[in-house]
Design a protein around this ligand. Structure first.
Ligand code: NAD
Length: 487
């Protein structure tokens, strides 16, 4: 047995409204997906009345907050980054306990959240507009960025601190106030983050946290008269509902949705590198990353050898309790994910797909574990090759040549990330240009994004402007053009 960290206890009166933590009439339990009998904590269930109170608080705080110096707001974010860095183990243990992410990945995610806060803290010193030459003498013509206003932030459970960080940090730095609705099962992490931001110096009402059920709160969250914009990351189904509601209300939206990300392996690829990158991208974080590789599209001449290498690598991964240091692959995040992934496995079985490894889920009473699973020679129209499974499941698809591989890679409604393995610069450049994805890696993992560059997808994977890096300001600010005449 290795060492096992414990998730810290967090408050269960988890509604932060106008700077005070409020008790709720109802709560729900969060269980450890590796040990379903183990209670990690309870979280408050917000009501539509709580949503209205949160928007009122965000609205009241908006004017004083936008009037603070941008550099002061940046300093609060830098302080938050420091506090996150001081609490890496506690936060990582919470991620591991409530959504099953292996500690090594959980620590990486927490450090990344700190890097995101630090980056946006630094961005507070960047220019806030542009000055243009005017057609009229004696006119100063400028375009300046102003905060969007009151923003609703809705996040999924699979990156419970990094995604809130990459939405909250720019929202706050550019002077917006926020109503934050995290995913149900990741509510403990959200409470820790909100407390930490209070401690970093965020004034009352600037960030309001509502835990609870997204479906129940939808009308109140998206129909609030104070709402100026909603930034959402999650499933395509919920994203579509949010887009429709926001369009009806005339509210700005930013949606980051699902993926079915391909790795293309060409004849001159470095097989060892391709094996390592595809295995990590497909299987780590239990395949529950929007940028996970779920299709490996491999040219005929390398297919059998790469398939064997991928199977060997998948079988070497250590699957186990995410709170133990040696674990590489934890459980799925809970019963809903377990049901979704095992339904796909049963479907693959029934349709006679060629199973190369895995595919045999354990008894969910002992944790929501499935072992890394690879299907080979998958028909590109089979649901295993077309649906976002969101588990450690890889479909290997055979391609004739580079052109066929690109056609197969693009034959999807999604377009988040993609990778290509080749040692030929021309092939690399051609693939980078032709792959329909918002992020392309050459000789790298489809998963992974650095915090200072734009992130987002094309086609059904995204809508609205890019997140992260400088690109984040497109959503969180509005441009005001000011003519100062007769100077
Ligand atoms: P989800 O859509 O079920 O839930 C996301 C959030 O929406 C949660 O906070 C939930 O409470 C809330 N919600 C649910 N119904 C709602 C409604 N009707 N109105 C308002 N809010 C509602 O997604 P999930 O299962 O938490 O996350 C997994 C999904 O997220 C996957 O599809 C994955 O690809 C996607 N994802 C995308 C990215 C990206 O950057 N593109 C990153 C991570 C995850």
């Amino acid at each position: 047995m290795g060492t096992r960290l414990q998730a810290p206890p967090v408050r269960d009166d988890g509604l932060l409204i106008g700077g005070s933590w409020r008790a709720a009439a109802r709560s729900f339990e969060r269980h450890n997906p590796a040990r379903p009998g183990e209670l990690v904590g309870r979280s408050a269930v917000a009501t539509p009345e709580d949503v209205a109170a949160a928007y009122a608080a965000a609205h009241a705080a908006a004017r004083p907050w936008r009037q603070t110096l941008q550099t002061q707001r940046g300093a609060i974010l830098v302080r938050a980054a420091e506090l996150i860095e001081q609490r890496v183990d506690a936060l990582a243990a919470m991620l591991a306990a409530e959504e099953g992410k292996a500690l090594r990945d959980a620590r990486g995610e927490v450090r990344r959240a700190a890097a995101i806060f630090r980056f946006h803290g630094g961005e507070s010193q960047q220019p806030i507009g542009e000055i243009y030459p005017s057609a009229t003498a004696g006119t100063l013509l400028q375009a300046v960025r102003e905060p969007l206003g009151v923003v609703c932030v809705i996040t999924p459970w699979n990156f419970p601190i990094a995604i809130p960080a990459w939405k909250l940090a720019p929202a706050l730095m550019y002077g917006n106030t926020v109503v934050f609705k995290p995913a149900e099962i990741a509510s403990g992490t959200a409470v820790m983050l909100a407390e930490l931001l209070q401690e970093a110096g965020l004034p009352d009402g600037v960030l309001n946290l509502l835990t609870g059920y997204g479906g129940e709160l939808s009308t109140a969250l998206l129909g609030a008269p104070e709402l100026d914009g909603v930034t959402f990351t999650g499933s395509n189904a919920v994203g579509r509902q949010i887009a429709a509601a926001a369009a009806g209300a005339g509210v700005k939206t930013q949606l980051e949705l699902g993926g079915k990300n391909p790795s293309v392996v060409l004849a001159d690829a470095d097989l060892e590198r391709a094996t390592g990158c595809i295995t990590r991208s497909a299987m780590l974080s239990t395949g529950q990353r929007c940028t996970a590789t779920s299709r490996a599209i491999v040219v005929d001449e390398l297919f059998d050898e790469l398939a064997q290498r991928l199977v060997d690598a998948a079988e070497r991964l250590v699957v186990g309790d995410p709170l133990e240091e040696q674990t590489e692959v934890g459980p799925l995040s809970g019963p809903a994910q377990y049901e979704k992934v095992t339904t796909h496995m049963r479907g693959a079985d029934g349709d006679g797909l060629q199973l190369a490894t895995g595919g045999q889920p354990g008894d969910p009473a002992g944790g929501y574990f499935v072992t890394p699973t690879i299907y080979i020679d998958v028909d590109p129209r089979h649901p295993v090759a077309t649906e976002e499974i969101f588990g450690p499941v890889l479909a290997l698809i055979r391609a004739r040549d580079e052109a066929d591989a690109i056609r197969l890679a693009n034959d999807t409604r999604y377009g988040l990330s993609a990778s290509v393995f080749t040692s030929d610069l021309r092939s690399a450049m051609r693939c980078a240009a032709e792959l329909q994805a918002g992020v392309v890696h050459v000789n790298g993992e489809t998963a992974g994004a650095e915090p200072h560059v734009p992130f987002g997808g094309v086609k059904g994977s995204s809508s609205g402007s890019r997140e992260q890096g400088k690109a984040a300001r497109e959503f969180f600010t509005e441009l005001k053009t000011v003519y100062i005449e007769d100077l």
